[in-house]
Design a protein around this ligand. Structure first.
Ligand code: AMP
Ligand code: MG
Length: 403
């Protein structure tokens, strides 16, 4: 089997999946981080009326002259408009957000007047429309505010509230099943017998799924026994939209996972030209999509992030987006041989006006401690050889899923 370039693996998966059906209506705060199911167009004008952007005095510009005293006709407070006409050569005391009284066009800040019986004296001549927020300057009716497929941020939710919506239609939450297999694995919290290690993959993968707002179905840590693995695969196929497992998908692996997947589903076993990574499985178990990640902890994280995340986002209804790589300078040499795209874990920072990056910790796919200190991948191209200090490299800052 030849190695499949990372982009080819992504393209192959993305061409097969389409957004999951199902919409739910949520209150605004509950919709944080969820994927919008419909375009949102404004049906209202924001602000709905001309109003003051400052505490001060509203007047007619044509009546404003330096040193002139304007008597006060009344007060306009936020939520309490000034009613009626303002007589000629008069002003109105106004607070931020109050309706601009009919016929007036300009606001003078209170710092730019002095009190002079029976009103105020202008210390400064304003310009037409100073400190007035015009009706519709924020949002006009018909304007496209948010697009279907975008993940709702806190600011988006505020925007929805500002046009009077209390609920929003979002894609239903994806259900993602996870299990680990391996007789050598022990659940965290238990004593560790000789020759064993803790099951960290199920924790990191579940946490990454939470970051994407998936509902996680934890099918546990399974022994290397065909019956228990078969049961877990069947349960996921019935109940979940996706199943994500780690380990047991490499060629010639003694585990049962690979064998059972071939039997129960339509799964392809790939060798992806990436480091960390390589063994990877993708396919379907009926209506459930399957992703089989390598067992080594850093490889599991990197394949989940770089290969699975884009597909999950597509299933969730987001548009397909390409990775936003940044240019940086290598602060240290990096080991690399041509043949696989390398995603070294690195730390980047702005130094002397440019981004500098260095690899962090041991670049072994079994070593999580370095990855925990990193803030980016250093994305070294498939055919690239070792990197000397000072060379330009491309980096991929860690996604939301890893933070
Ligand atoms: P495998 O793909 O089964 O050959 O596993 C590759 C390596 O990953 C082995 O050293 C396993 O012990 C380790 N590994 C597999 N599953 C997990 C897990 N859930 N958590 C931590 N390490 C794991
Ligand atoms: Mg194993």
């Amino acid at each position: 089997m030849s190695l499949m370039p990372v982009q080819d693996a992504l393209d192959a998966m993305l061409s097969q999946v389409s957004p999951l059906a199902g919409v739910e209506h949520l209150g605004l705060v509950a919709a944080l981080g969820r994927v919008l199911a419909k375009d949102i167009r404004a049906e209202v004008t924001v602000p709905a009326f001309d109003n003051s952007a400052m505490d001060g005095y509203a007047l007619r510009l044509v009546e404003a002259e330096p040193g002139k005293t304007l008597p006060l006709a009344g007060t306009a407070l936020a939520g309490h408009a000034f009613e009626g006409r303002v007589p000629p050569d008069h002003c109105v005391r106004i607070t931020t957000g109050a309706v601009l009284p009919a016929g007036l066009d300009t606001v003078v800040m209170q710092e730019q007047v002095e009190q002079a019986e029976p009103g105020i004296r202008l210390l400064h001549v304003p310009k037409l429309g100073d400190h007035v927020r015009k009706a519709g300057e924020d949002i006009a009716p018909g304007q496209l505010l948010l697009s279907r497929g975008q993940r709702l941020t806190a600011v988006d939710l505020g925007l929805l509230a500002s046009i009077g919506l209390a609920e929003v239609a979002v894609q239903r939450r994806m259900k993602a099943a996870v299990f680990s297999t391996g007789d050598e694995l022990i659940a965290p919290g238990q004593p560790l017998p000789a020759g064993h290690l803790y099951d960290s993959n199920r924790v990191v993968l579940s946490a990454m799924l939470k970051r994407l707002d998936c509902e996680v179905l934890d099918l546990g840590l399974l022994p290397d026994k065909p019956d228990s693995i078969r049961q877990a695969i069947q349960r996921a196929a019935e109940e979940a939209d996706v199943l994500i497992t780690s380990a047991g998908v490499s060629v010639g692996d003694a585990d049962y996972t690979r064998q059972l997947l071939s039997e129960l589903g339509d799964i392809g076993f790939w060798k992806v030209a990436m480091k960390p990574g390589k063994p990877f499985a993708f396919g379907s178990l009926g209506k459930c999509w399957f992703f089989g990640l390598p067992g080594n902890p850093v490889a599991a994280v990197a394949t989940m992030d770089l290969l699975v995340q884009p597909v999950l986002r597509r299933l969730a209804g987001e548009p397909i987006a390409s990775q936003q790589l940044l240019e940086a300078v290598a602060a240290e040499p990096m080991k690399k041989t041509p043949g696989r795209a390398d995603f070294q874990r690195g730390f980047y920072q702005q130094l002397n006006g440019q981004l500098q990056v260095k690899p962090i910790g041991r670049q072994s796919s079994a070593v999580l401690s370095g990855a925990a200190k990193a803030n980016c991948y250093i994305a070294l191209e498939q055919e690239r050889d070792q990197v000397a200090a000072g060379e330009a490299v491309r980096i991929l800052p860690f996604s939301q899923m890893l933070r």
